[in-house]
Design a protein around this ligand. Structure first.
Ligand SMILES: C[S@@+](CC[C@H](N)C(=O)[O-])C[C@H]1O[C@@H](n2cnc3c(N)ncnc32)[C@H](O)[C@@H]1O
Length: 242
C-alpha cells in the first residue's frame, strides 16, 4: 500500500554518523553516485546552473557546492562547462574530511576545483565569495527547525543565485526505490539510507513555506523526474542602475 508520508521523518541516516574507513565510505558514495547517474539527478543541477549563467552573463563564474561529499557533482559541472568553454572555478565545501580526501584524489585532473573543510553555517559572506551556490541531496539531512538557518546562509552567500536539488517525499517514490535498490544498489548503507532519504524529503508546499520565509529572494520550485524538486533562488539585490 502507498504510504502517505504526511510528515518528514526524523529518522537519522547511517551516513550522518558513518563510522567506517575512508575506503568503505568511497564504496558507499560510489553506490549513491551510480544511482544518481542512472536516475538523472545530476542533469537537473547542471541544467539549472546553465540557466542561471545564461541569464547572468559574466567573463567567469565561481560555483560553491555545499555538502559536496566526494565532489562528483563538481566534476560533472566542470566537464560540462569545459565543453561549453565557460570559464569556471569550483569550490567544494563539506564537514567530512574523509569525503574531501576522496574528492581531492578523484579531482586530480580538475585544477579548477578546490575543496574546503568547513561547516556552511559558520561561513561568512566574505569567506568564500561565489556566484552560484549549489546543494544536492543535502537539505533533507536538516530538520524543519534547522533548515531556516541553512537556507538563510544559502540565500546570502551567492551573488547570482542558488540551486537546491533534493528529494520529493512520496509513497510512490518509496515503492519504486525499493524495487530499484533490489537490482541496482549494492551496499546495505545505500539501500537503507535511500529509503530514509525519501522519507526525509519534501512536499512542494513545505519548500514554498521555507521560501516564503526568505523575502529577499525570488523562487522557482519545480518537480523533476525521478522524484526531485529543483529550487532556484535568486536574491533581489538593488541594481546599480536603478
Ligand atoms: C548526502 S550527502 C550529499 C552529497 C552530495 N552533494 C551528493 O549529491 O551526493 C550530504 C553531505 O553534506 C555534508 N554536510 C552536512 N552538514 C553540513 C554542514 N553543516 N556544512 C557542510 N557540509 C555538511 C555531509 O558531510 C555530506 O557529505
Amino acid at each position: 500500500m502507498l504510504e502517505k508520508l504526511r510528515e518528514r521523518s526524523s529518522q537519522k541516516e547511517l551516513m550522518d554518523d558513518f563510522q567506517g574507513t575512508e575506503d568503505e565510505l568511497k564504496i558507499v558514495l560510489d553506490d549513491i553516485n551510480r544511482v544518481n547517474r542512472l536516475l538523472g539527478g545530476n542533469g537537473i543541477t547542471i541544467d539549472s546552473v546553465a540557466h542561471l549563467i545564461k541569464k547572468n552573463p559574466q567573463k567567469s563564474y565561481t560555483i560553491l557546492d555545499v555538502g559536496c561529499a566526494d565532489g562528483h557533482m563538481l566534476r560533472a559541472l566542470a566537464t560540462f562547462f569545459r565543453k561549453k568553454r565557460v570559464k569556471m572555478e569550483f569550490i567544494g565545501l563539506d564537514l567530512n574530511t574523509d569525503a574531501l580526501n576522496i574528492a581531492r584524489k578523484a579531482s586530480i585532473n580538475f585544477p579548477e576545483i578546490r575543496y574546503v573543510a568547513k561547516d556552511v553555517l559558520e561561513l561568512k559572506a566574505t569567506d568564500l565569495p561565489c556566484d552560484i551556490l549549489i546543494s544536492t541531496l543535502m537539505t533533507h539531512h536538516f530538520t524543519n527547525e534547522q533548515l531556516p538557518r541553512l537556507l538563510h546562509q544559502f540565500a546570502r552567500l551567492p551573488k547570482i543565485g542558488f540551486v537546491n536539488n533534493d528529494l520529493h517525499r512520496s509513497g510512490l517514490a518509496l515503492i519504486l526505490f525499493k524495487l530499484f535498490r533490489f537490482f541496482f544498489i549494492r551496499t546495505p548503507t545505500a539501500k537503507i539510507d535511500g529509503a530514509i532519504s525519501i522519507k526525509r524529503g519534501f512536499k512542494k508546499r513545505e519548500l514554498k513555506n521555507f521560501a516564503d520565509r526568505l523575502p529577499i529572494v525570488q523562487h522557482y520550485i519545480k518537480w523533476k523526474w525521478a522524484f526531485r524538486y529543483v529550487w532556484i533562488m535568486e536574491p533581489k539585490r538593488p541594481n546599480a542602475n536603478e
